[in-house]
Design a protein around this ligand. Structure first.
Ligand code: FMN
Length: 208
């Protein structure tokens, strides 16, 4: 089976936000779809902290990212864990329906959890919309735009992540945390090597 055809599926770019007591959580997701005019679905990895919080607290928001989103915001929400760092420390947001809404996006959709379907790797979160608003007339960012213009990579936890086979004779090292691929002529990574996307050291890299 050639998995390349899956790359022809289209996606957007979103931050899924939620709240656990006083802890604000959230993660980047490309896999949001509208089911009907008051229902949406998202595929969230079973290991994401945000998934656990949504399943326990039954409330979340979809923040629709515009094309002018900074790559730093995506690195924070797309590669780090909400239970390890405060992802909201340096960004503007406000609480609506007790859910963090990120400022300066295209807008938001707030949902209660209507249902969930767990697979081996991801849980399909089905949300019933309780509030939504277009906050800016920005162009929404597509996943293709993110890859082509921000030169962004995909986290290992995203449904669209694929381990690619190498076509060169270079050595390929893959970050076990975020999926970043590093191609080099070297047989070993230098001792002080750090992942340019998520910052972890060489011990987190696996040679393909
Ligand atoms: C471009 C991009 C798309 C992503 N799409 C998804 C997605 O659709 N579903 C998902 O579960 N994780 C997705 N991720 C990965 C999560 O954002 C990432 O694992 C995050 O660190 C989880 O944070 P948390 O543990 O605080 O919830 C994506 C990451 C990136 C960079």
């Amino acid at each position: 089976m050639n998995k390349n055809i899956l790359k022809k599926l289209s996606y957007g770019m979103y931050i899924i936000s939620s709240k656990e007591d006083n802890l604000l959580v959230g993660c980047v997701a490309n896999s949001v779809m509208q089911i009907n005019s008051d229902t949406v679905a998202i595929s969230l990895n079973n290991n994401n902290y945000t998934t656990k919080v949504i399943l326990e607290n039954n409330l979340f928001a979809i923040n629709i990212l515009p094309t002018n989103t900074s790559i730093d915001l995506i690195k924070t929400f797309g590669f780090k864990k909400s239970n390890e760092i405060n992802k909201y420390e340096n960004i503007n947001y406000e609480l609506k329906e007790d859910t963090p809404i990120i400022s300066d996006t295209c807008g938001y959709i707030i949902c209660t959890l209507a249902n969930s379907i767990k697979t081996d790797t991801h849980t399909i979160i089905i949300g019933k919309i309780i509030s939504m608003q277009e906050t800016n007339d920005y162009e929404a960012m597509t996943y293709k735009y993110y890859q082509e213009n921000l030169k962004g990579t995909t986290s290992k936890n995203a449904p669209t992540y694929q381990e690619e086979t190498t076509k060169t004779k270079k050595n390929v090292f893959v970050c076990k945390i975020c999926g970043f691929r590093y191609e080099t002529d070297l047989d070993e990574l230098p001792a002080d090597f750090k992942c340019p996307m998520c910052g972890v050291g060489k011990e987190y890299f696996e040679k393909l």
